[in-house]
Design a protein around this ligand. Structure first.
Ligand code: SF4
Length: 358
């Protein structure tokens, strides 16, 4: 962007109620700007022809509309598209567009890389780069809408399941959700927004107390401490019992059914005994279990469980009256499936920009 500093904030960092308006302008002006940003998906202030020119000039000097220096698009054969997004400081993050018959879904990131370091996740192997701002999270939706050629409000579902642990970037992630559900911004139903976490009990309780009727997805991946700590190095800070207790709090405060994410790793967490233990953990909780066949990536050291074992694991849960399904990820061939996001460039090579884990 010629003449615009890379360090400027973006208007997407602000709630609609806080958007700057010119002297003497009222809520009408604010609504006009919000319409251009979120309803029409303007890509430049110059497009906003019904705004006074002096205001547009001021906005352009103070707020960078597109917070990404470079947007690269990697389509998958199944119709999903991975977006590789370069930020002004050179760091990179990713979003994934997943079109379904009746709805447009976008998976967004909350960080560059991730500090959780899950052993089966390519993002975890990158380490932690930095937190994204509220605007950088929201703008991923705009980048996808611009890239695919539809209005931002056509996005029906958002999953905060890309790079990063959203609850470790709490204010930005919750702020971004508030923009998504704001009737003057993206006007989404909170019930169509899923926030995924590796399981941070105190943050789950805090989120419950926000009263946002989101879908909460918890990456459990193992029913016992030993296995879980083997595949999620940070799990020692959050015992499984505390995570389950925080999910009961989530539901007691009006939260909806939770989703339990469980990546199926051959010979690691896929025994029938572990299936029975998982069912035992979920007694009394309204939960749906997603069994996710592991999506391979170079040097992961894991294999996905054989289909017969996944079916047997699922059957144990069904017999225990646990709601369960097997979920195959989209975008595998473009490096955009669950656990595969690794800043892979055009040559299919991982190019980590992130630094060491904190
Ligand atoms: S699975 Fe999620 S929490 Fe774990 S390393 Fe990957 S992005 Fe981070």
């Amino acid at each position: 962007m010629v003449g615009v500093s890379a360090s400027l904030p973006s208007p997407f960092d602000l709630a609609v109620a806080d958007l700057p308006i010119p002297d003497g302008g009222g809520s009408y002006r604010r609504a006009q700007l919000a319409t251009w940003l979120y309803r029409r998906g303007a890509r430049s202030y110059a497009e906003m022809t019904d705004l006074p020119e002096a205001w547009r000039t001021t906005l352009a000097q103070r707020y960078r509309l597109d917070p990404f220096d470079r947007v690269e698009r990697f389509p998958s054969a199944d119709g999903s598209v991975r977006y590789l997004l370069t930020l002004p400081d050179g760091q990179r993050t990713e979003a994934v567009y997943m079109p379904y018959d009746d709805r447009k879904t976008v998976c967004v990131s909350s960080m560059v890389g991730c500090p959780a370091g899950c052993a089966f996740c390519a993002t975890g192997a990158l380490g932690f780069g930095r937190n994204l701002t509220r605007g950088e999270i929201v703008a991923q939706l705009l980048a996808v809408a611009w890239g695919e050629g539809f209005a931002p409000r056509e996005i029906r579902n958002v999953v905060l399941m890309g790079m990063g642990e959203a609850l470790l970037n709490y204010d930005a992630a919750v702020g971004a959700v508030r923009t998504m559900i704001d009737p003057e911004a993206l006007a989404m139903s909170p019930r169509r927004i899923t926030l995924s976490t590796v399981g941070l009990p105190s943050r789950i309780r805090k989120l419950a107390d926000e009263g946002l009727p989101l879908v909460l997805a918890v990456s459990l991946h193992a029913p016992d401490e030993e296995t879980r700590r083997r595949i999620i190095p940070t799990a020692h800070a959050a015992p499984i019992a505390e995570i389950i207790s925080s999910l009961h709090h989530w539901q007691a405060t009006g939260g909806r059914r939770v989703t339990i994410e469980y990546t199926m790793l051959d010979g690691v967490n896929d025994s029938l005994q572990q299936a029975r233990a998982l069912a035992g953990l979920l007694v009394g909780l309204r939960a749906h279990v997603n069994l996710i066949p592991f999506n391979p990536w170079p040097q992961s050291g894991f294999r996905t469980s054989p289909r017969a074992r996944i079916d047997a694991f699922e059957a144990v849960l069904e017999r225990a009256a646990v709601s369960v399904s097997v979920r195959f990820s989209r975008g595998r061939d473009a490096g955009g499936a669950c656990g595969q996001l690794s800043l892979r460039g055009a040559a299919g090579k991982a190019t980590p920009e992130a630094g060491p884990r904190p």
